[in-house]
Design a protein around this ligand. Structure first.
Ligand SMILES: [Zn+2]
Length: 154
């Protein structure tokens, strides 16, 4: 999923749990579960990691994804009456952290994060491996709808 989707879900979880530790834990778990829904980024990832073509496109996607997520979270913090900034924050941190760890693994290839990377893609590719991925455009549109719904729960 896009980081904006993960972050918005994490923010809602932060509110629902009402506790920063639970917000972090359930936010973290939510990342793997929602990543199981095919979301169109397999082509980009395969180009980057396997075929090693159009790699700048994948990097640009990740960059745009991250900056949009930062802006969206800041906008939420501005326009919503956040009940607890602490729970909001830790829900978001937990929900986006897995992709940060995967990014650090991708940069360093450290053996200490190999298992985490494998676990992340076990969930991420769970249904894609069996059923194939969906077109990225539709996946992004679906996420816009999901985010629009989720932000009403803040
Ligand atoms: Zn992920």
């Amino acid at each position: 999923m896009t980081l904006t989707t993960h972050a918005t879900l994490g923010a809602v979880i932060g509110r629902a749990t009402g506790n920063p530790v639970l917000a972090f834990i359930f936010g973290f778990i939510s990342h793997f579960l929602i990543d199981m829904v095919p979301h169109g980024d397999t082509g980009l990832a395969d180009n980057y990691k396997i075929k090693k073509v159009r790699r700048k496109q994948a990097l640009a996607y990740v960059m745009v994804d991250a900056v949009v997520a930062i802006m969206f979270v800041l906008i939420l913090a501005n326009v919503k009456d956040i009940v607890s900034v602490r729970n909001f924050t830790w829900g978001i941190v937990g929900s986006v952290l897995p992709d940060l760890i995967v990014g650090v693994y991708e940069l360093t290839k450290t053996k200490y994060l190999h298992w985490f990377n494998k676990m992340h893609f076990f969930f991420h590719d769970f249904f894609i491996k069996r059923k194939g991925d969906v077109p990225l455009y539709y996946a992004l549109m679906a996420q816009v709808v999901l985010i629009a719904y989720l932000q009403t729960k803040l």
